[in-house]
Design a protein around this ligand. Sequence first.
Ligand code: NDP
Length: 302
Amino acid sequence: MTATRIDGKAFAARLRTEIGAHVGSLKADHGITPGLAVVLVGEDPASQVYVRSKGKQTVEVGMKSFEHKLPADTSEEALLTLVGQLNADPAVNGILVQLPLPGHIDSDLVINAIDPAKDVDGFHISNVGLLGTGQKAMVPCTPLGCLMMLRDHHGSLSGLNAVVVGRSNIVGKPMAQLLLNDSCTVTIAHSRTRDIEDVTRRADIVVAAVGRPEMVTGDWIKPGATVIDVGINRIDDGLKEDETPKTRLVGDCHFDSCAEVAGAITPVPGGVGPMTIACLLANTLTATTRANGLPEPVGLTP
Ligand code: NDP
């Protein structure tokens, strides 16, 4: 391996320490404790793990965590009523509705019912518009974490060629927007892109958010480029000693071959993943300071 390994786990730990210190000052100086409400509908196992982890880290930085676990057959109306109550609750500064929601609920309707000022996932249409026009927005956590690592590694991103592979509303599009706002020349690649390897080989920065295990290989990467791997894919990995199946997590990039060519790369696990939850806490802190007319901590927003 020749590439520098960008350690998202360590970066996220530093960020949480910094957030914890700000939360301590908010309490001591203003008597304010930020509160994050997480709503989970149904029993999706991956979502349950994320929600547990979010709740634990919220409490660790000194914030209040409000968890609302609802059965899978919860009606859209009941969920909208809960969102309305959380919007009106002054103890709640951030609201996150864990996606995906069961099929009978319109996710867009629910997300857009959240008060944009408490929309710590940054998915509300108002926040999408604010980000798109370069105004003060709540920014989606995963792309925000990627941006923080890129800025930390490169300093200025101005003028760099960036290719984002994936055009989802939660990762690809906001990532491209953030890179554009930082004056990168941005290309978004997707499943219909022709000769995608030629597109990524021109990039100084490749962000892969595809959901296809190890799709991006070293021959897609320009020597010295920075590779940010957003993908989280669980793949089969043979059998354990007791003959039961073994699995492991891999990204959308083939780590070893990319690391031979890249200048820097994030691993999976331990790269983008830990930064996502840290940025959720950062957004909750930002929402709290904005709601109370206090100065925003520096470095936690784009
Ligand atoms: P989506 O499925 O919503 O989007 C995937 C995107 O990849 C689509 O735009 C799709 O293109 C594109 N794509 C699919 N196949 C190809 C291909 N063969 N070549 C080029 N592009 C392709 O996924 P998400 O954006 O939600 O997530 C992407 C990955 O990131 C997943 O592995 C997910 O688990 C992970 N993730 C990780 C997070 C973290 O905290 N680290 C947070 C969120 C997601 P098209 O639009 O044309 O179909």
